[in-house]
Design a protein around this ligand. Sequence first.
Ligand SMILES: [Zn+2]
Length: 111
Amino acid sequence: MLLYCNCESCKKPFSLKQKANSRISLEMKFGKEIRVHCKHCAKDQMKHVNDIRAEVNNTTVIIAFGLSAMLTFFLWSRYGAISTVSAAIPFVAFTQQSKRVNSFNKIMARR
Ligand SMILES: [Zn+2]
């Protein structure tokens, strides 16, 4: 899961270094206002936790897909068709992430 917000000056979205599973835990860790740094225009700004959005981290899903492809290939020689079960790993990873993303974006902190 990736956290991102839109820059105030250049309006481009950029990802945050901070990691959290929910908006509430983000607020508990870093406070209501979070200092963020835009990668595009190098401007520091303060963002309210409600302005921060989550999205599925495609890199993690691609890595999971690559790993499961290798695992399936490796297990195929030993166990045959049953090894295709490991091909489900990226789908499970994607489903879990999109659930977390949905709950992050749904639950707002109090202003
Ligand atoms: Zn910017």
